[in-house]
Design a protein around this ligand. Structure first.
Ligand code: FAD
Length: 367
């Protein structure tokens, strides 16, 4: 079977690798360089701390695959709440995660401070600790997936923007090529690409920002503050700090971080860990969103599949979802097939839905 994959990010490359390992003949088309979309801009958080049972199953599958590839670095993940209502939500999440078999526990602020003395715990109501969480190096993920897929026989064409001539026909600048199946994993561009062949997706884009600090002298976990709405992860001897998300037009957005985002992030670090590093580098990238927060991953027309709508979790889920999609395209069994199809079926929406990419699009994180 000849399969084209459009998009050389973590999801497209994971799908290509899983397809070629199952015996398909695979060509990946990437319009720019590998990882030049969201994948190369991701923070690299990778955890199993999901309250939803299906999300937890996908995460367990993905983490196991990243571990097998030697791409997963263990790094506990702590999330905290500062208001009573946020704290109630965190406690409920922890109970649900424990019922799903996820290795998480609730910590009092005192216990959190004992474990991580560099954290300023005053004002924190409750913390969750995900013991089995970790981090990924996004560039290493993309490079390893591409190299492994190439060695297994996949062809990867970079600098090759494509459009669809029909659901299973790909058009480059030089030629039109017919395939048995096409998988479009092109981030926000998935929507206009498949619209050309009459498929309407319920997909929006939002811009997320991140920065890396100068080195800090502290032992810290990966950290998410549910009340202050920001996160960090240790990156080498520095911190990668992120959030600053807002809905954008994916054809008109700024890939550089806002000055306000940098200032506010460094303020958050100072408030939360009494550290005052300068910013080393900062950037923005596009994430994709759907009306119900679950991805669009599956068949949309004869010979045509899509994989997008990851809501900021596409890197950590990529190997699980790539394997699921490859099995779906080739009509083979996959452990996730008993959990996923209804949840991620792209045709559960008709594309005319009104929705906001973020929970509260009127709330500006910078204010
Ligand atoms: C700041 C930031 C932090 C993030 N942090 C995390 C995190 O910690 N953990 C996590 O799991 N996720 C994170 N994410 C989300 C994650 O980056 C994405 O969900 C994931 O990378 C999506 O992968 P993808 O392969 O679907 O898309 P992409 O990586 O965007 O790949 C799509 C590719 O398609 C190509 N393309 C588009 N149109 C065409 C065309 N016409 N022809 C050929 N190629 C085309 C693009 O050039 C691009 O390379 C973060 C995102 C951002 C922006």
């Amino acid at each position: 079977m000849h399969v084209a994959v459009v998009g050389g990010g973590a999801v497209g490359l994971s799908t290509a690798l899983a397809l070629v390992r199952r015996g398909a003949s695979v060509t990946v088309f990437e319009r720019d360089t590998l990882g030049s979309g969201a994948s190369g801009r991701a923070a690299g958080l990778c955890y199993d701390a999901f309250a939803d049972d299906v999300d937890a199953v996908v995460a367990a599958d993905a983490l196991a695959r990243y571990r097998d590839m030697g791409l997963f670095e263990a790094q506990p993940y702590v999330w905290v709440a500062r208001t009573e209502s946020d704290a109630t939500a965190v406690r409920e999440q922890i109970t649900q995660m424990q019922e799903n078999g996820v290795g998480v526990e609730a910590l009092t602020p005192a216990a959190l401070g004992d474990r991580y003395p560099a954290l300023e715990t005053s004002g924190i109501e409750v913390a969750g600790l995900a013991r089995d969480a970790g981090v990924l190096d996004p560039d290493e993920v993309v490079a390893t997936l591409a190299e492994t897929a190439r060695k297994a026989g996949a062809t990867i064409e970079t600098g090759t923007p494509v459009s669809l001539d029909s659901p299973a026909t790909v058009e480059t600048a030089n030629e039109v090529r017919a395939f048995d199946a096409v998988v479009v994993a092109a981030g926000p561009q998935t929507k206009p690409l498949v619209a050309d062949v009459g498929v309407s997706l319920a997909l929006k884009a939002y811009r997320a920002q991140a920065l890396v600090t100068e080195p800090v002298d502290a032992t810290l976990p990966s950290f998410y503050d549910a009340t202050r709405e920001f996160y960090w992860r240790p990156k080498g001897d520095a911190l990668l700090v992120g959030n600053g998300a807002h809905e954008v037009d994916p054809t008109d957005w700024n890939p550089d971080a806002d000055a306000e985002f940098v200032t506010r992030s460094l303020d958050r670090v100072e408030q939360t860990a009494a550290l005052t590093p300068a910013c080393d580098r900062a950037w923005a990238g596009l994430c994709t969103a759907t009306p119900d927060g679950a991805p669009l991953a599956g068949q949309v027309a004869d010979g045509l599949w899509v994989a997008t709508g990851w809501q900021g979790h596409g890197l950590m889920r990529a190997p699980a979802m790539g394997n699921y999609l490859a099995a779906d395209v080739l009509n083979r069994p996959n452990p996730l097939s008993e959990h996923l199809p209804g949840r991620v079926d792209p045709t559960r929406f008709d594309g005319s839905e009104e929705f906001a990419a973020l929970d509260d699009p009127t709330r500006d994180w910078n204010e």
